[in-house]
Design a protein around this ligand. Sequence first.
Ligand SMILES: [Zn+2]
Length: 154
Amino acid sequence: MISSTTDNAPGPVLVVCPHCHSPNRVPNARLAEAPSCGRCQKPLFDGKPVSLGVDHFTAHISRGGLPVLVDFWAPWCGPCKVMAPQFELAAAELEPHVRLAKVDTQSEPTLAQRYAIRSIPTLALFKGGRELARQAGAMSAADIVRWTRQHLPA
Ligand SMILES: [Zn+2]
């Protein structure tokens, strides 16, 4: 869809597709209207965290315009399993203003090393490639949402 009209809404946000990882320009006002990807046609937000590996991590963290909340976890970690459904509930709550992502530190040791993840689960909040905050330990959905909103830039 090409739009050449100007309106008074704030500029478009670069939303990276969770399915094909293509960047999409979405007008701010349309974020909440279930936008879909211009390339793969799938929804840009489906209320679920996106699993990220080293190949696509930078696209989401640095190029995307949305803050990204990352859950660093591992399959062998009990508290991570307990938190997984809570993290999904938080995704449904925080989208489309925050992208929620998961990094499996066992299959993605490069990312775990790059961000010096010492214990899991660890949540880290990024905006424009910069880490804003991090928190180790499992949290409930309500706590994840509250913690994230607390650390988002105004
Ligand atoms: Zn796509």
